[in-house]
Write a protein that binds this ligand. Structure first.
Ligand SMILES: NC(=O)c1ccc[n+]([C@@H]2O[C@H](COP(=O)([O-])OP(=O)(O)OC[C@H]3O[C@@H](n4cnc5c(N)ncnc54)[C@H](O)[C@@H]3O)[C@@H](O)[C@H]2O)c1
Length: 331
């Protein structure tokens, strides 16, 4: 393998364009091919980014120039496509959620490990400079021992509206899974344990199904999590909130952090952060290419992200059973 990774893009929809733009901004990766079941989308993507085009998964996986693939398809096909790609000898960057079931996550990890290939999950928030700064500050003891983390992510997400800008399948339980947990949750549940390098031990969650548009699935959850280091995190999420919010407090023994968007404060004073979250995708893809070329594991590797998926499963089960659930049940 040379100094430039040649990749195939599977699924040429919204996030694939963000991947392909980010590939153009990196000098260690290039697009060799694109695959989608929709020929119109394929042709539009090819006219913008180049590369060979395919409508069948096996054809892009048989392309000898494709060393790695980016799986940018709906949630219910992540598992089977990643396993097929690893078996075909390709490194994989799969978009979040890693998969809809833990059984699929295990099959993906095992297929990549058996093939000796990299499996990375698109936990793009781990690559936001502000989140890396928070992780660094916590590890250096800037706020002492972390006690509480309180995080909110509220939005109004209705993909049935023609102008929503997002595909309708997101609200289909069979294809997308419970939207608030499997569309937005993979970022949110992942970042809390990642900040502290401290896995979640127990989850107590409650959820509500409150709207017609999300009939048949809960649209809001609040989870109370206990981490191995003793810290407690609270994550509150909704996809039916008419006034959005995305922010968090981290309360430590020696100081407290507040984050809203890209603005980070410590004890009320703004903290200087180099870079913006808009660079996250470029940085994530840069790491993927480096890891494939150098044969090292990425931060957001399959095993690391599987824990986040186990925490989401525990939250879902906790709300259904109406009791605290140990994450160990799913590990
Ligand atoms: N990291 C982020 O912040 C972020 C943001 C948006 C989406 N995503 C994730 O990216 C993935 C794709 O989301 P999207 O918004 O781009 O969806 P999308 O519907 O815009 O694009 C999906 C594409 O996959 C194609 N497709 C469907 N089934 C296929 C199959 N079996 N084989 C090949 N192609 C197939 C569709 O034709 C479509 O072009 C999801 O996992 C989603 O959660 C991540």
């Amino acid at each position: 393998m040379g100094d430039i990774l040649s990749v195939g893009i599977i699924g040429a929809g919204g996030i694939a364009y963000a991947h392909m733009r980010a590939i153009e901004q990196n000098d260690n990766i290039r697009i060799a091919a694109i695959m989608d079941i929709d020929t119109k989308r394929l042709e539009s993507a090819q006219s913008r980014f180049g590369g060979r085009i395919y409508t069948k998964l096996e054809d892009i996986l048989n392309d000898p120039e494709v060393s790695a693939v980016h799986v940018c398809t709906p949630h219910n096909v992540h598992g089977e496509q990643v396993v097929a790609a690893a078996k075909a000898g390709k490194h994989v960057l799969v978009e979040k959620p890693m998969a809809l079931t833990l059984q699929e996550c295990d099959q993906m990890i095992s297929a990549a490990e058996s093939a000796g290939k990299i499996l990375m999950v698109g936990q793009v928030m781990r690559y936001y400079p502000v989140n890396r700064k928070i992780k660094q500050m916590i590890s250096e003891g800037a706020i002492g021992k972390v006690g509480h983390l309180i995080r909110r992510r509220y939005s109004y997400f209705d993909t049935t509206k023609p102008d929503s800008g997002n595909a309708r399948w997101y609200m289909d339980l069979e294809i997308g899974g419970i939207c608030v947990l499997y569309c937005f949750g993979p970022h949110e549940y992942d970042i809390l344990h990642w900040y502290m390098d401290s896995p979640v031990k127990q989850v107590y969650a409650q959820g509500t199904e409150s709207t017609e548009i999300y009939k048949g699935q809960k649209d809001s959850y609040t989870a109370l999590m206990t981490h191995e280091n003793g810290a407690v995190s609270v994550l509150s999420q909704s996809v039916v909130c008419h006034f959005g919010a995305h922010d968090q407090y981290i309360i430590g023994s020696e100081g407290s952090l507040f984050l809203s968007g890209d603005k980070l404060m410590m004890n009320g004073q703004e903290v200087q952060v180099d870079g913006s979250s808009s660079e996250g995708m470029r940085l994530q893809i840069r790491e993927f290419a480096e890891c494939c070329l150098e044969g090292r594991q990425p931060d957001a590797n399959g095993r690391s992200v599987r824990h986040s998926m186990a925490v989401i499963e525990a939250a879902k089960q906790s709300a259904e059973r109406n009791e605290p659930v140990l994450v160990a049940e799913f590990e």
